[in-house]
Design a protein around this ligand. Structure first.
Ligand code: PEP
Length: 254
């Protein structure tokens, strides 16, 4: 299981540092056994140094919310994979629907970012998910399959822990309306079978498939209890240590 928090463009640096400390302390205080649950937070780029320091000595991993596709160069404001590894990042979210929507990020760009993350040993958390229109028109599965094809085309995945896929239906992100456990499971099974076709059944069985989209403490147990749901990518509920830790606790029981 992997529970990853996507803080998006929230908190300033002192508040982010405090949130990270509270997450680490909350996990420490908990009676749950986190030996089978990895926990990560993905703060804004500006916070990585401070949050990394706040998490030092804890088991919480650091992730970024994006990574640039090129090695280095004249890309004002962008952040490279080696910058992220040099500051202690393990993960990088790639292809989040907000990047696809607001920055027109294409599958080809997502693919280039996945390749670049992999080349630097960063674990990409590759986000896929359909819009409400796609779901209503019965195209959800084909959209997700085509996003996977775009993102993973030519990507070598030598070990299952080198890749994470997050299924995030766009209509569930930030809306308070999560997918039902059955909807999540059905699409996760599609993702798993797609990965099996690419990388073989054994490896695909071990790749962590996260569900994202209004996962909260009250619905986490049921979503995380689905056979192909291996964790969660958590947006707004990751901004309060209490709710984020509560979700991680549910993961220990799944
Ligand atoms: C997300 O944007 O990755 C997300 C899952 O957000 P929320 O939990 O707020 O729906």
């Amino acid at each position: 299981m992997l529970i990853a928090g996507n803080w998006k463009m929230n908190t300033d640096v002192p508040a982010g540092r405090a949130l990270a400390r509270n997450v680490a302390a909350g996990l420490d205080r908990s009676d749950a056994d986190f030996s089978e649950v990895d926990v990560a937070v993905c703060p804004p780029f500006t916070h990585l140094q401070a949050v990394g320091e706040a998490l030092d000595g804890s088991s919480v991993a650091l992730g970024a919310q994006d990574v640039h596709a090129e090695e280095e160069g004249a890309y004002t404001s962008d952040i490279s994979a080696s910058m992220l590894t040099s500051i202690g990042c393990t993960y990088a979210i790639v292809g989040h629907s907000e990047r696809r929507q607001y920055y027109d990020e294409s599958d080809a760009e997502v693919n280039a970012k996945v390749v670049q993350a992999r080349a630097h040993g960063l674990v990409p958390i590759v986000c896929v998910g359909e819009t409400l229109e796609h779901r209503r028109s019965g195209d959800a599965e084909s959209v997700v399959r085509s996003q996977l094809e775009g993102a993973l085309d030519g990507v070598d995945v030598p070990r299952a822990d080198a890749l994470v896929v997050a299924y995030e239906p766009v209509w569930a992100i930030g809306t308070g309306e999560s997918a039902t456990p059955t909807q999540a499971q059905d699409m996760h099974a599609v993702v798993r079978s797609d990965l099996a076709g690419r990388y073989g059944e054994d490896l695909a069985a071990e790749v962590a498939l996260l569900y994202g989209g209004s996962m909260k403490p009250h619905n986490a147990a049921e979503l995380l209890g689905q056979p192909d749901v291996d964790g969660g990518l958590i947006g707004s509920a990751s901004l309060k240590a209490e709710s984020f830790v509560a979700i991680a606790e549910h993961a220990t029981e799944a």
